[in-house]
Design a protein around this ligand. Sequence first.
Ligand SMILES: Nc1ncnc2c1ncn2[C@@H]1O[C@H](COP(=O)(O)OP(=O)(O)O)[C@@H](O)[C@H]1O
Ligand SMILES: [Mg+2]
Length: 360
Amino acid sequence: MPKLRVGLLFGGRSVEHEVSVASAGSIMGALDPSRYEVLPICVEQSGSWRIGRTGMLPEEVARPERSDLPALAGTAAIQRMNAAASEGRVDVIFPIVHGTGGEDGSLQGFLELAGVPYVGAGVLGSAVGMDKEVSKRLLQHAGLPVVPSVLVRSAELSDPDAVVRAAFAELAPPVFVKPASLGSSVGTSKVKTPEELLPALREAARYDTKILVERAIDGREIEVAVLGGDPPQASVPGEIRPKSEFYDYESKYVDEATELLVPAPLDEERVAEVRALALRAFTLLEGAGMARVDFFLERGAERFYVNELNTLPGFTEGSMYPKLWEYSGLPYPALLDRLIELALDRHRQRETLETTYRRG
Ligand SMILES: Nc1ncnc2c1ncn2[C@@H]1O[C@H](COP(=O)(O)OP(=O)(O)O)[C@@H](O)[C@H]1O
Ligand SMILES: [Mg+2]
């Protein structure tokens, strides 16, 4: 059988650039060389695309001094992708670009236009998953438990007293303040006194025009991995135990002390409950391929809240998403096979849809 050509697309213009290079390195190392030929493609911090040569390691392509590899602007990259897809030089793209421009649907839209199958959520699922406020509205509408919150638009900050009054009419400190569409806890803070609210809102407003003020949940952080397909499947739940006050940027990427527990110590009933919630959230938020669904389990009340759905979770071998599948019986290489298969199935299925109107 001819080998499947996988374009491994990584990097991106975000604070998660380095994480993405690491994830791509793990993926490349685990894809079976007898089945796949891997072409690494790096989206640089500058926004240009650098296409490596087959088999080259992601970190080599990501090195800024690689002037021997052509750097392409976005429009040139789409032409190149399109040609590569139609000439059969790339059979599927595995995008592992986190954050804005990578998991917000724009990259997925680009790949749709280029006509190439790709791993993971589509345009809508990616965009919805990226916006915590829109996600919340959809989940709430379907009766899923979400943390009570107030939406602040940055334009409203021109009348700060009104904003603070409106927020505290509904919520009492401590609260969390976060940009609606970012990841890695950037711009997120815990507010313990009323005086801290305005500075926290201003900080979050540096990153987004929509800001969420949420009740702070005193709870455990539980995560479930979901794999698409018909029907989608949920892994065993895992738990994150950051050493700092909350799971901030430092504890995600710098602090080695953050504990990942797989499986999460939970009783059977809680496990069943959180897996069912993860599957419902995945479907409601238009998930496809993969997603990690994150929860809070409130202490005392022992109640779950859906916090967020990540359509492009961390993907190094030590990351939660692959670890959860490994424990659930799907080792890392088999997980990659499955994700690629799902991408090809989804593309094939969409290809059968009519694109012109025919009577009768
Ligand atoms: N309402 C909340 N209650 C308690 N902790 C929260 C709340 N919102 C966020 N956090 C803490 O901040 C971290 C990052 O927030 P999150 O909403 O997951 O955004 P991100 O997309 O940046 O991961 C969470 O993992 C958690 O530790
Ligand atoms: Mg999170």
